[in-house]
Design a protein around this ligand. Structure first.
Ligand SMILES: [Zn+2]
Length: 424
């Protein structure tokens, strides 16, 4: 279900931008929080948190807008900025700059009159302290802070809000030295560089904006996400945005959620569950010209090179698909009948079914059936054959646990679609 909701949200986000834009409305939508993740590609705490907000939070009252992957290319490359620091392009950016469109688009979303408050998510260096205690704990560190450019903007006391957020985070510390602080960069007078930042652009347009910096020195991604989500929830409480999440906010649950990479639908006829998928899969029937990838994760992406497709979730490379080039059958909405554990079920391409003992694909419409990992010396077509787990060569499974197998359908020389059999 979650998968379809996310797909629907992605559809709603109208892919006009180089990033995803997800809008979640509650009943009373007169206040909007805009959360931006991934301005720096090597700060995964920020963008994994934004993705979890997108997939696991329901807004009951108020509005949450999420841009989880602002700098998508840099996220995939795990670099601060493949075209330089995007967070220094908000005062001015050349029309020739490869980041020009992204910066212009996010500016116009930020300036939308519905937006009341903006938070920009980062993982910063070290742990901020107001005195020098060494290279990690000192005043020039950014880690574990709520950053403001100045105390007030228009009618909003940003200093007070940042302190409230800080105090509440400090009630939930995993380790004592993770203490959160407020860092006021006093940008207008003291910080020339920060005058080019996203938050300062917002401030100068009378929009309250905060940066949340967890620490790059935290020991796990789930710790970073834990603090980010704690901070974001405090902002929602302050704004009276009511939310519900479908998990307990603790490290154990977060690490499970982070490792659930969701799924991808390719060309509307292949569905691959990305959880526990093998590092490399061969002979995937794809088109030589164009392939359409729709991920359930809002921070997933694909990198194409020489007939191979690297799939990423955030900065994590999940798998590489090696294509075998095919044209696609014209009518893709074909229903297929498969007898699973004795019961005949109608299925569509780009789907998956669970099976205990055996399945048989019911032959239809001249489509040739190929169960990858099954070989039968007599039959070229594997339709109408009873297939059991023990008759499959486990080297051809999709997943490391060797439970999931591809059933592919062809008509003449064209590929029609795939259905995945998932043995329990
Ligand atoms: Zn950053």
């Amino acid at each position: 279900m979650r998968f379809f909701i996310t797909l629907f949200l992605l559809y709603l986000s109208l892919q006009a931008y180089d990033f995803n834009f997800i809008q979640k409305d509650g009943v009373d939508n007169n206040k909007t929080l805009l959360v931006i993740g991934g301005i720096h590609g090597n700060e995964p705490g920020g963008y994994f948190s934004a993705e979890i907000l997108a997939s696991h939070y329901k807004i009951k009252s108020g509005t949450l807008w999420i841009v989880p992957n602002l700098n998508a290319k840099s996220i995939q490359a795990d670099k601060r900025g493949v075209y330089g620091d995007m967070n220094r392009k908000f005062a001015n950016v050349s029309t020739n700059d490869p980041d020009y469109n992204i910066v212009s688009d996010i500016k116009s979303i930020m300036l939308d009159k519905k937006v009341n408050l903006i938070i920009n998510l980062h993982d910063g260096h070290g742990f901020y302290r107001n005195k020098y205690y060494g290279t990690i704990f000192n005043p020039s560190s950014w880690g574990q802070t709520c950053v403001i450019d100045q105390c007030d903007v228009k009618n909003t006391d940003m200093d007070q809000i940042a302190n409230a957020v800080k105090q509440n985070i400090n009630k939930n510390l995993i380790e004592e030295h993770h203490t959160f602080n407020v860092k006021n960069t006093n940008t207008k007078f003291d910080d020339e560089e920060m005058r080019h930042s996203l938050t300062y652009f917002a401030i100068t347009h009378n929009k309250p904006a905060f940066a949340i910096e967890t620490s790059k020195s935290l020991s796990s991604l789930s710790q970073k996400v834990f603090y980010q989500l704690n901070a974001i929830e405090e902002f929602m409480k302050i704004m009276n945005i009511e939310y519900e999440r479908d998990f307990e906010l603790n490290l154990e649950e977060l690490s499970k959620i982070i490792d659930d990479y969701g799924s991808v639908v390719i060309n509307n006829n292949i569905l691959l569950n990305l959880c526990d998928i093998k590092k490399s899969l061969s002979f995937i029937p794809l088109q030589s010209s164009y392939n359409d990838f729709v991920f359930s994760s809002s921070i997933a992406s694909v990198k194409t090179q020489n007939g191979s497709f690297e799939l990423y979730v955030g900065n994590k490379k999940i798998t590489t698909l090696h294509e075998e080039s095919f044209s696609l059958c014209k009518n893709l909405n074909e229903n297929v009948s498969i007898q699973v554990d004795g019961e005949v079920k109608k299925m569509k391409f780009a789907s998956e079914f669970f099976v205990n003992d055996d399945f048989t694909v019911v032959q239809s419409n001249d489509m040739r059936v190929n169960v990858i990992g099954f070989t039968d010396k007599i039959h070229k077509d594997e339709g109408n054959l009873n297939i059991r787990y023990k008759s499959l060569d486990k080297n051809y499974s999709i997943d490391n646990q060797k439970k999931r197998f591809r059933i592919e359908f062809y008509y003449k020389n064209s590929f029609c679609g795939m259905i995945v059999a998932n043995f329990r």
